[in-house]
Unconditional design. Structure first.
Length: 213
């Protein structure tokens, strides 16, 4: 569950842009769980979930960027093969849902812990790698860009066990021979609440699609 390998990856791109698929995986109703469970039980629940999500990501060539409470932020490098990175992220999403259903929740039931559902939001784009300090090995490293910001917005509108992808990722997957286009459904967004513009067409709204897994 270490993020050291991610830091090594990002250090190679300091002060430059890099192509990434960014994915947020978030537990539904986690605040309510944290209030209803003893602290040690809630911590165990989050740790088990985060560990399994991290292992799943590694299996698809992903990296754990950071843990934010009960959210896990994953990166899938796309410098060499953009389509493959998008496909791997999507496959990882469905694997995470299967693991939660078939492995995590049965164990939680045995130990009298509540079953969980998650929301998953991903998108593709450029990110600028920035270093906060002068020491490449020790200074805090981060990424800045619309892709990570939009991924966090996309996951916030997802429903339980729903996989959502942003417009750029959808367009890449649509042209891929490995993914069936009929498994994507455009999400009906409320323009009063969703005010993000498309990168390809600044006069239209940024589109989000559900992947039917």
């Amino acid at each position: 569950m270490s993020t050291e390998e991610t830091k090594k990856l990002l250090r190679r791109h300091v002060n430059n842009k890099t192509n990434l698929v960014t994915m947020f995986v978030d537990i539904n109703n986690s605040t309510q769980m944290s209030l209803s469970l003893p602290d040690n039980e809630f911590a165990l629940l989050v740790q088990c979930y985060a560990q399994e999500v991290s292992i799943a990501a590694l299996g698809y060539g992903g990296y754990v960027f950071k843990y934010e409470g009960d959210a896990v932020v994953l990166l899938f490098p796309a410098e060499d093969d953009i389509s493959k990175a998008c496909e791997n992220a999507l496959k990882c999403s469905t694997t995470i849902l299967e693991i939660i259903k078939e492995v995590i929740n049965p164990i939680f039931r045995v130990h009298a812990l509540p079953e969980i559902t998650v929301r998953i939001g991903s998108t593709y784009g450029y990110a600028l790698v920035v270093l906060y300090g002068n020491n490449l090995e020790k200074a805090h490293i981060d990424i800045i860009g619309s892709s990570i910001s939009l991924a966090s917005k996309i996951v916030s509108i997802a429903k339980p066990n729903q996989v959502l992808v942003g417009e750029p990722m959808y367009n890449i997957l649509k042209s891929s021979q490995c993914m069936s286009n009929d498994r994507f459904i455009e999400v009906d967004l409320d323009p009063a609440k969703w005010k993000y513009l498309s990168h390809s067409d600044p006069d239209s709204m940024y589109r989000v699609y559900e992947y039917s897994h």
